[in-house]
Design a protein around this ligand. Sequence first.
Ligand SMILES: Cc1cc2nc3c(=O)[nH]c(=O)nc-3n(C[C@H](O)[C@H](O)[C@H](O)COP(=O)(O)OP(=O)(O)OC[C@H]3O[C@@H](n4cnc5c(N)ncnc54)[C@H](O)[C@@H]3O)c2cc1C
Length: 376
Amino acid sequence: MSDVIVLWDRVLARQLRTNVCGSKHIFQRACSTHVTRKVSSTAGSNESNANSTGDSPQHDIAIVGGGMVGIALAASLASKPLTKHLNVAIIDNNPLLGRKNIIEKGHLPDPRVSTVTPATISFLKDIGAWKYIEEQRHAYFDKMQVWDYTGLGYTRYNAKDVDQDILGCVVENKVLQSSQLSCVQESDLQKTIYPARLNSMDMLPSSSLTGLGEVPSTADLFMRGRLAKLELSDGNNVYAKLVVGADGSKSRVRELAGIKTTGWNYSQNAIICTVEHTVENFTAWQRFLPNGPIALLPVGDKFSNIVWTMDPTEASDRRSMSEDDFIKAVNDALDYGYGPHPETTSSGGSSLSWLTGDVNISAKERFETPTKVVTL
Ligand SMILES: Cc1cc2nc3c(=O)[nH]c(=O)nc-3n(C[C@H](O)[C@H](O)[C@H](O)COP(=O)(O)OP(=O)(O)OC[C@H]3O[C@@H](n4cnc5c(N)ncnc54)[C@H](O)[C@@H]3O)c2cc1C
């Protein structure tokens, strides 16, 4: 997950760095939901606690973007003794944020999934979100196999190589999001959700506070460079000491803060979908094909998720295939299509296993063909 953090207030930034960034992951435990002005919500029990001098709400932190990253940060802030009393705004017009999210048991898996590592699982346990994820569909995997279409070799990974029970767990994004949100909703964090988009942001140079009264107004603090002003798409203004950009890959916060990025187009598309097998899949598979890799990830029950990367022309052709033809193409891509299977040596492992010195359990494992896909 990626995010951009813009630090407006150095003191607060230092506190947060100790509390949030000081740990390996930006995530921790959670809080409750306050939905403020013009926002109705069934989610939280607490009312808005936004400080307000004059009519513009003032917050310690404004998190722009309430996706997986923004909500994880809110949950993390709520869980730490040093930050759980902060006054936090979450700005996002995603309607999911304003309601209690219950994902029906037995729902079909969503095609957007994430593989979470043991380190992220620890974080999610820490913030109290993992118990909600465990109640819903998720798939641990302890093996992974990677190979390519040339048939020259394969690599297998086994959690036991590193004395672990699992290599990771695949969870639908909406389950990750709603579980973290549940933590936030059930906590006591002073939180306000603004169902709007950030339009613009302003921050003046910092100057002395002398000459102001004991409780300076929001306008005074803004004029002295102590608060950032956020203009929202619904016409409201919000003020905050710290602004966090968690607004995705095309971050408006990043743009407004003048943070430059470098990027280029790979001219590749990915087809993402859920497929079903006749038996459960417990392995993560990835095969490199001439136009890009195909990955088959277990998502629980008898379902797997496919992320198949290819050039745009191939993607367009495959999208217009019939369901039966697409299933055949997937099974082909994960089996003999494009080239032979790699050889397994007489000792069990790949012909390249000498590279690992045969010290790992996985080095002795035979090449396997992925579980067949039967429906889309
Ligand atoms: C095919 C695929 C597979 C992936 N697999 C993995 C994986 O296995 N593991 C993993 O860790 N990651 C994976 N990722 C990456 C992961 O999905 C992203 O890193 C993650 O979703 C980013 O979350 P986010 O909250 O930063 O952004 P987003 O999920 O994009 O959320 C951004 C939020 O900001 C809001 N927003 C945007 N602009 C504004 C604005 N101006 N004002 C207010 N709100 C705004 C949006 O409404 C949205 O709710 C994968 C990505 C793809 C495409």
